[in-house]
Ligand binder design. Sequence first.
Ligand code: HPA
Length: 280
Amino acid sequence: MGAMTKKGSQLERLARAAEDVRRHTDRVPKVALVLGSGLGAWADAIDDRVVIPFSEIRGMASSGVEGHAGNLVLGTAEGVSVVTMQGRVHLYEGHPPEDVVFGLRLMLHLGARTVIITNAAGGIGDHLDVGDLMLIEDQLNLTGTSPLLGHNEDALGPRFVDMTTPYDGELRHLATEGARALGFEVKSGVYTGVLGPSYETPAEIRMYRTLGGDAVGMSTVLEVIAARHMGARVLGISCITNKAAGLGHEVLDHADVQEVAAQVRERFVSLLGAVLRRLL
Ligand code: HPA
C-alpha cells in the first residue's frame, strides 16, 4: 500500500474506500460479519453477492495468512442485508492498529450497525472443549495497543469510549436460543486478545487464566473497540480449536487449528444463520 493512500484523516480514508465500494453496489448493509479461520467460505453462499477484492478498495490492507482470503462481500443472508470481510489483517502481520480495524470501520461506515465477529481460539477455561463454540461475554485486550491511539475522529465516536458492554447481551441471548433451536449448546466466556504470532507459553496461559481469560486468540479485541467507538453492537463467537498451551497433550500447530475449524464449520454456519434469522 502506498503512503499516499494513508494520508489524511480516518474519515477521508473511509470516504475514499466507500467511494470504491459504491462503484460496485449501493446496497446498505444491516449486519457486518468478520469471518475468522475456516469461515471465509461462508461468504460464497451469500445471495445476490457483490465481491470486491480488498486490492480494489483504497486504504484496505490485505492478509497473507493461509486460510484468510481478501474480499469485501455484500449481499443477503437469511433475508438480511449483510457485508462481510473474507479474511482480516492481524497485528502480528505488522499492520498498525488502525489498519487492523479499517475493514470493520468501513463496513460500519457503509451502514451496518450490528457486528458479528468470529475467530478461532485456544481454550483455557475447564468448561471449554475442543470443537465448542463460545459466545464472548467480555474481553481482555492484552495486545498493548488500541485502534483509538492518536487524534480522535469525533465524527466517528467519542475520545473516551465506554467499554462496560463490549459484547451485546441481547445478541448473546439470540445466539443461545438459536443454538438451542438447532439442537446444540453454546458455551460462554472471556476472550483474551494477544499479539501473537507465537502461540502462548504454558506460564502465559496460567497468567491469563488467573486474569479471568477463558479463551485466547490473536484477533477481535481491537475490532470490538473500534466497533464500540462507532456505536455498533457486537456479537463475538469463538471456535475453540485447541486446548491452550500446556493444557493439552499436543504441540500447537496452525494446521490443527484449521482442521478443527473446518470440522466445526457446519455448526458454526448454522448458528450464524439462526442468529441472522432472528435479526430480520
Ligand atoms: N492461541 C492463540 N491463538 C489461537 C489459538 C491459541 O491457542 N488457537 C487458535 N488461535
